[in-house]
Design a protein around this ligand. Structure first.
Ligand SMILES: [Zn+2]
Length: 222
């Protein structure tokens, strides 16, 4: 958006420079610099740029916190509106990490609606769950789930169960209060995990199950 705005402003300047004419139509005469239209273009650009800047800040904060938590440099990127329609990886998941024969990429792509939920998380993280907590909880869980792929787990049901057991610490790492982090972990475990598809759900993901990592942040220990 910054580039578009500056380009528009620059184009306006050159158009003015090329076509400048005084009130008598004399192109060699002096014409007032069109401050007004350029000012309007810059103002529109600045206002439109604010949400985009917020997304960039959110991406950076998430990447920094998750790199610290995982002990390895990782990047989280938000998809834009186009990525909803033209997913370049042909994959419409809420988030994904590319894999090659060498293992996982260091970048987690988040679909646009996941980032909208994440923005709500950043707004509510010290206050509490909103009336409809689902988008915010799902988004936090997507960050947590993709982190398991970034850490090297390829299987979806295992990555999902590892994420379920770490939603609490991921929420705290991203600045949530203890209460909010706990509410998120429990909401996902009670309301969303049981409805997951077979690819993601495992009956062994429970207290004492084969996928129980016996860590204190598992929802069945909170
Ligand atoms: Zn996955």
């Amino acid at each position: 958006m910054v580039v578009i705005t500056l380009t528009a402003a620059l184009c306006s300047y050159y158009v003015w420079h090329w076509w400048r004419a005084d009130s008598m139509g004399n192109r060699d005469g002096k014409a007032a610099f069109p401050w007004m239209p350029i000012g309007v273009v810059l103002l529109i650009g600045a206002v439109a740029d604010t949400p985009e800047r917020r997304v960039r800040t959110m991406e950076r904060d998430t990447s920094v916190a998750m790199s610290r938590l995982l002990g390895q440099p990782v990047t989280y990127e938000c998809g834009n509106l186009w990525s909803l329609f033209f997913d370049r990886h042909g994959h419409m998941a809420r988030g994904y990490v590319m894999w090659t024969e060498h293992g996982p990429d260091t970048v987690a792509q988040l679909r646009r609606d996941s980032c909208q939920g994440l923005a709500e998380f950043f707004k509510q993280r010290q206050k509490g769950l909103p009336d409809n907590p689902r988008p915010m909880v799902e988004a936090l869980h997507v960050v947590s789930h993709e982190a398991r792929h970034l850490a090297g787990e390829h299987r979806e049901d295992k990555a999902e169960c590892q994420a379920v057991q770490r939603n609490f610490e991921v929420a705290e790492a991203l600045g949530a209060s203890r209460d909010v982090a706990r509410s998120i972990a429990l909401f996902y475990w009670n309301e969303q995990y049981p409805h997951q598809s077979q690819t993601y759900f495992s009956p062994e993901c429970r207290s004492g199950g084969a996928l129980d990592e016996k860590i204190s942040t598992a929802p069945w220990r909170l």
